[in-house]
Design a protein around this ligand. Structure first.
Ligand SMILES: Nc1ncnc2c1ncn2[C@@H]1O[C@H](COP(=O)(O)OP(=O)(O)OP(=O)(O)O)[C@@H](O)[C@H]1O
Ligand SMILES: [Mg+2]
Length: 255
């Protein structure tokens, strides 16, 4: 497998007034195509800083970052945007769907920007929505969908352009445990079936356990980088939860 992410001595400083914050220090990270990486660490440890650089939203202050072989640091904002559009899908904690716009139209949007013809992009968006289990919800607007369904639409939108890399910042942060496992099961399946490379930031250890590799950040440093030989199977957990009775909120003697 080819490396898709290659960082050599990458650093990021933020100037805030007279103080310089060293948000990322001497990061050496190589991620091969088809890996599923979780990034964990306390608040302020540099996770989003690292993701912003991986996602070509920001440039390193020092060091070299290559994405699919392209040297990102030496490129203009425009050239970085082109790389980003071609190579990366983004998923966020808050879903970030357009309101009053159907699931189908939300997923079509990246193809509109690419100038694809309406008939072709509609068929393509439908197919990707079917892959994430939403064939019967294409005409629903976000407020007519559950949180998990909204995140599925967001994943379909991120993948409709067929990028090799998916970046997800706390993708299950707004979801309950069962729904979170369903979304993780979908990500694990996409990782397995499409060899989609996934880099995901999370605060939850249950989420990180689903990845095949866990990078721990602390004070701007990569503290550890560990492979997990048998990741947690989120699909199994979700199926188990499905077969259990709904938790009841009724308390004996309660009002
Ligand atoms: N634009 C900025 N200007 C100045 N300092 C910044 C900026 N962005 C981040 N920082 C600082 O860089 C450090 C790393 O921030 P970062 O957002 O990467 O942390 P994080 O690990 O994502 O935290 P969280 O879990 O809370 O999201 C923090 O000390 C933060 O205050
Ligand atoms: Mg963050």
């Amino acid at each position: 497998m080819e490396p898709i992410i290659e960082m050599v001595g990458v650093e990021k400083d933020y100037a805030s007034g007279p103080v310089v914050v060293r948000a990322l220090i001497d990061a050496h990270i190589t991620v091969n195509e088809g890996e599923f990486v979780a990034i964990v660490g306390p608040s302020g440890s540099g996770k989003s800083t690292l993701m912003n650089i991986i996602g070509c939203l920001d440039r390193p202050s020092r060091g070299t970052y290559r994405l699919a072989g392209y040297d990102v640091g030496s490129r203009s904002n425009n050239a970085r945007a082109v790389l980003r559009n071609r190579l990366i899908g983004f998923v966020f904690q808050g879903f970030n769907l357009l309101p009053r716009t159907t699931a189908l139209e939300n997923v079509e949007l990246p193809l509109v920007y690419r100038g694809q013809r309406a008939k072709h992009r509609r068929a393509h968006a439908r197919a990707v929505l079917a892959q994430v289990g939403l064939a019967d919800r294409v005409d629903h607007t976000p407020n007519q969908l559950s949180g998990g369904q909204q995140q599925r639409v967001a994943i379909a939108r991120a993948l409709v352009t067929d990028p090799p890399l998916l970046l997800a910042d706390e993708p299950t942060g707004n979801l309950d445990t069962r729904t979170s496992d369903e979304i993780l099961a979908l990500l694990q399946r996409l990782n397995r079936e499409r060899s989609l490379t996934i880099v995901l930031v999370t605060h939850e250890s249950d989420v990180a356990l689903c990845a095949s590799r866990v990078i721990t950040m602390r004070d701007g440093h990569v503290r550890s980088d560990v492979r997990q030989s048998s990741p947690r199977d989120a699909g199994e957990a979700a199926a188990r939860a499905q077969s259990e009775p709904e938790p009841t909120s009724a308390r004996p003697g309660g009002e």
